[in-house]
Design a protein around this ligand. Structure first.
Ligand SMILES: Nc1ncnc2c1ncn2[C@@H]1O[C@H](COP(=O)(O)OP(=O)(O)OP(=O)(O)O)[C@@H](O)[C@H]1O
Ligand SMILES: [Mg+2]
Length: 275
């Protein structure tokens, strides 16, 4: 077995064998080693969120998004639907006028984004998600800003997950290709050893081949026991790897179901998946 927690058991789809808690820790079977058995519902949930930017109009209307342990949850929907706004609301970058956010049963609605990172949330925003003038390695170091312990093992794990970043560790991140920059952004978020990872369009602007590659890496991360909540423009491909999907329209939940259900729903297909 490799030392890389993201590469263990690759291809094994039985989550009861592969799921682990956190990065770099020993394999646990589902049911064992889970300190919080999620008494109060999903691991991360933004529930009935209503709110907008500053004094502007509400963008989200009673919007509910959640992700559970062992899951990849995907948010899709048209441009301007409020997908990024929902992610920002869950991460604490938006004042929700009503509704709540809970992480592992704890109400975190009033916490700052930084406090949420300390609680275990990792977030890769849609834009400006790397420091372009800094090297790849400096970006990863910045990612670990809340840690005071030795980060070298986590950095090695990120490099094992994204080998090209090891090669380019001394290069300015701004010189990298689009797909490589997204790897830096995801790697940066992993440096805090998050309990849940939120990705806003991790495959934006990359070729189909690079998209598949990034999805494979995201699946690997999820198999280490980190639930993933992501927004995706490539709706069909994302729903194929999703345990759960949300279609947002005008800040509201329009359709919710398993990835399979949404992919086979005639209305969803017609309106959001190009038929
Ligand atoms: N910082 C902001 N201040 C004010 N309004 C904003 C801000 N960011 C987004 N909006 C508005 O909120 C609405 C939803 O935008 P949002 O970026 O959440 O959509 P999205 O679903 O992520 O779209 P895309 O697919 O283009 O990324 C839009 O009407 C947008 O104009
Ligand atoms: Mg967006």
């Amino acid at each position: 077995m490799s030392d890389n927690p993201w590469q263990d058991d690759r291809g094994n789809k039985d989550a009861t064998i592969t799921r682990k808690e956190g990065m770099g820790q020993a394999t646990v079977h589902a049911g064992e080693g889970q300190t919080h058995p999620a008494p109060g519902g999903p691991f991360l949930i933004g529930e009935k969120m209503t709110g907008g930017y500053g004094k502007g109009p509400d963008i989200l209307h009673d919007c509910t998004i959640s992700v559970d342990r062992g899951e990849i949850a995907v948010i899709v929907g048209p441009n301007g639907a409020g997908k990024s706004t929902a992610m920002k609301a869950i991460f604490g970058m938006l004042d929700v006028r009503s509704g709540s956010v809970r992480l592992d049963g704890e109400d975190i609605t009033d916490l700052s984004p930084q406090a949420r990172v300390v609680k275990g949330m990792g977030f890769v925003p849609q834009t400006n998600n790397i420091f372009t003038s800094m090297t790849v390695e400096e970006n990863l170091e910045m990612g670990a800003f809340i840690r005071t312990d030795d980060i070298s093992e986590t950095m090695e794990q990120v490099y094992d997950l994204f080998p090209i970043l090891r090669e380019k560790r001394r290069q300015a991140a701004g010189e990298l290709s689009g797909g490589q920059r997204q790897q830096v952004a995801v790697g940066r978020a992993l440096m805090t050893r998050p309990k849940v990872l939120m990705l806003d369009e991790p495959t934006a602007g990359v070729s189909p081949i690079v998209m598949d590659e990034l999805f494979d890496r995201i699946i690997e991360v999820s198999r280490t026991g980190i639930p993933i909540l992501m927004v995706e423009q490539n709706a069909r491909q994302a729903l194929e790897i999703a345990d759960k999907g949300y279609v947002l329209v005008q800040g509201r939940n329009a359709y919710t179901g398993s990835g399979k259900e949404l992919l086979s729903d005639p209305e969803v297909r017609k309106s959001f998946l190009g038929g």
